[in-house]
Design a binder for this molecule. Structure first.
Ligand SMILES: [Fe+2]
Length: 294
């Protein structure tokens, strides 16, 4: 296997893996991939003849449960676990997929069906690297303060007869940090707030990662109504300016090839997208592993 760095001139993040002879990805030792993934957090599988018929067969090898994102995004390739990425052509700032939600995927996968040529690059940034480069005051700030995500998540009722005259009923979700939870039977949404730290411990190497939704532009994600700190803090705005500066120093653009599959530790790395030029064709699809199998 040929191994090279995904990098820009200042920063490295993860590996590109390419076959030397054996192009059948299913005959290569899965444990080797897992070892690299745990250490690096990102792998791009290139030139492995991965296609729409076999990508799910491959992601199945690393997945015990997929995230249920089906209500938000259009499904692709006739599979309920394959979706379009976020629509539109605007730049998408760094975020960790659904890091505001109790269903926070451990791994996200991007499969490149049609690579963009000169714009619309997917961006990635290692939250561990961001955290390490914070000065002590910023580290302390995020270690102390929790973020509140105010959410409205669509749902489909399994039993229609649950509907009563009360359109907004108190509800709960079995997940620590969820509060002010209501089932809105008029809009078919669950409204709730989730409390979570912006810095989390990586499951594989126990390092701290700055990985969250704090840099997102609010109206881009219809599920997120508001994002704020649990305890109001006058320094927050200034600190976020510094966070953006540091994140931008370590951001990497993925130069896609058609047929690439990128596997990302979503609770360590954040991702985003550069603006897409009007005439650019770009087709990247997304798979979300809620729980990995390793
Ligand atoms: Fe995303």
């Amino acid at each position: 296997m040929k191994i090279s760095e995904i990098s820009n001139n200042k920063t490295s993040a993860g590996y590109i893996l390419e076959p030397l002879k054996q192009k059948n990805i299913f005959e290569i030792d899965k444990q080797e991939f897992i070892k690299i993934f745990k250490e690096k957090g990102v792998i791009i599988f290139r030139n492995f003849n991965l296609n729409k018929e076999n990508i799910i067969k491959f992601t199945d090898l690393f997945t015990s449960k997929y995230a249920n994102d089906a209500l938000r995004r259009t499904t692709r390739l006739g599979n309920k676990n394959i979706h379009n990425v976020d629509p539109g052509i605007k730049e998408m700032p760094l975020h960790s997929e659904a890091s505001y939600s109790p269903s926070w995927p451990e791994i996200i996968w991007f499969y490149c069906n049609k690579a963009p040529l000169n714009s619309g690059y997917t961006t990635i940034c290692d939250g561990q690297r961001i955290y390490k480069n914070f000065r002590s005051e910023i580290k302390k700030f995020f270690l102390e303060n929790q973020v509140i995500y105010d959410l409205k998540i669509p749902f489909q009722l399994k039993q229609k007869n649950i509907i009563t005259k009360i359109k907004k009923r108190p509800w709960h979700i079995d997940y620590p940090g969820v509060h002010d939870c209501y089932l809105n039977l008029r809009t078919n949404e669950v409204n709730f707030k989730l409390k979570r730290y912006a810095v989390v411990k990586d499951k594989y190497n126990s390092e701290l990662s700055f990985v969250n939704h704090l840099q997102i532009i609010l109206n881009r994600d219809p599920q997120v109504k508001k994002i704020y700190l649990e305890k109001k803090n006058a320094k927050f705005k200034k600190i976020m300016e510094e966070v953006k500066k540091i994140s931008n120093e370590y951001i990497i653009d993925i130069s896609w090839n058609n047929g690439d599959l990128c596997m990302i530790n979503n609770q360590r790395f954040m991702h985003g997208r550069r603006k897409i030029h009007k005439n650019e064709e770009r087709d990247i699809i997304n798979i979300q592993t809620l729980k990995s199998s390793f």
